[in-house]
Design a protein around this ligand. Sequence first.
Ligand SMILES: CCC/C=C/C(=O)SCCNC(=O)CCNC(=O)[C@H](O)C(C)(C)COP(=O)([O-])OP(=O)([O-])OC[C@H]1O[C@@H](n2cnc3c(N)ncnc32)[C@H](O)[C@@H]1OP(=O)([O-])[O-]
Ligand SMILES: NC(=O)C1=CN([C@@H]2O[C@H](COP(=O)(O)OP(=O)(O)OC[C@H]3O[C@@H](n4cnc5c(N)ncnc54)[C@H](OP(=O)(O)O)[C@@H]3O)[C@@H](O)[C@H]2O)C=CC1
Length: 273
Amino acid sequence: MQSLFAAGLFSDQVALVTGGGSGIGLATARELAYLGARVAICGRKMDKVEAGLAALAADGIPAERMLGGSCDIREPDQVSAFVGQVLERFGRVDVLVNNAGGQFPTPAEGMSPKGWEAVIRNNLNGTFFMTREVATRAMIPAKRGRIVNVTAMVVRGFPGMSHTGAARAGVENLTRSLAVEWATHGIRVNAVAPGNNIRSSGTAQYGEALLEVTRKATPLMRLGTPEEVARVIVFLASDQNDFVTGAVWGVDGGQPLWGDIWSIPDPQAEAKG
Ligand SMILES: CCC/C=C/C(=O)SCCNC(=O)CCNC(=O)[C@H](O)C(C)(C)COP(=O)([O-])OP(=O)([O-])OC[C@H]1O[C@@H](n2cnc3c(N)ncnc32)[C@H](O)[C@@H]1OP(=O)([O-])[O-]
Ligand SMILES: NC(=O)C1=CN([C@@H]2O[C@H](COP(=O)(O)OP(=O)(O)OC[C@H]3O[C@@H](n4cnc5c(N)ncnc54)[C@H](OP(=O)(O)O)[C@@H]3O)[C@@H](O)[C@H]2O)C=CC1
């Protein structure tokens, strides 16, 4: 593996990556581990976490520098138990990447209260629970921390995915609030917003046809990769970047700037007939 960053950039540091068993999370854990970090990854399904650990091992990361566990970020008790496991094993957390998340496509009028709540819990509540736990137990006492929240491209509306649009916009504002609240604790809080155009294990579920529409609506005319998102996350998590906090960095091929990215029929066109 080659890296843009200096070898050993994260030596002596511990990074916790939620959803680190697949996609963008795994690419991030891999880069951090390659740069010397001890990494802890979690997800709801242990088979995905184990596949992630196996991929890291295949890249030459020694077993003593990684930890995987099952943890549903929506459940405060599970979050508390997993953070406890990480602290017991590694003694500290320098970097937290809140990457776990996801949703299902549905027009708003067909969304049940349970479906709305499921997506808000997964993306907004889960991110807050994990962040608060890591900050209070590890980063605030150490007077040092780097938090990177993974959101989505929500500078425009997110028709057909209004639940996740609202949740991710919430995380972006949370990022700004915590950047101020915790600045004096030596904690930087930033967000990375992948365009809705990254080819990953996550977007595979939406099918090639939708990905092709998305590709054509991206000014750079291609889909992004998990590694391209991971590089920006790692930069924001590094000490090379100590004067940036409360920022949201897009990694999107210019998607917010142009193009028809509606995943549901265009209501303007429908209204005009
Ligand atoms: C192009 C886009 C760009 C974005 C890309 C990415 O994000 S890539 C990353 C992509 N990766 C991911 O998205 C992965 C992570 N995402 C997920 O695991 C799910 O989307 C989740 C967040 C809803 C959690 O799911 P869970 O099973 O733990 O949830 P739960 O048991 O708590 O269910 C509560 C209620 O939610 C409803 N409901 C749930 N699913 C559907 C559906 N398909 N259909 C309709 N409704 C659905 C249903 O009402 C259900 O209650 P019911 O009727 O069963 O009593
Ligand atoms: N790919 C893209 O184009 C975009 C991705 N994103 C966001 O980027 C992040 C990574 O997505 P990507 O890598 O593409 O897709 P993946 O589906 O591969 O990644 C999502 C990861 O999060 C884990 N996860 C989901 N819910 C929970 C939960 N409640 N608790 C713990 N872990 C959970 C999943 O594991 P498990 O199922 O085992 O829990 C999985 O490892 C997600 O937040 C996604 O929504 C945003 C915009 C665009």
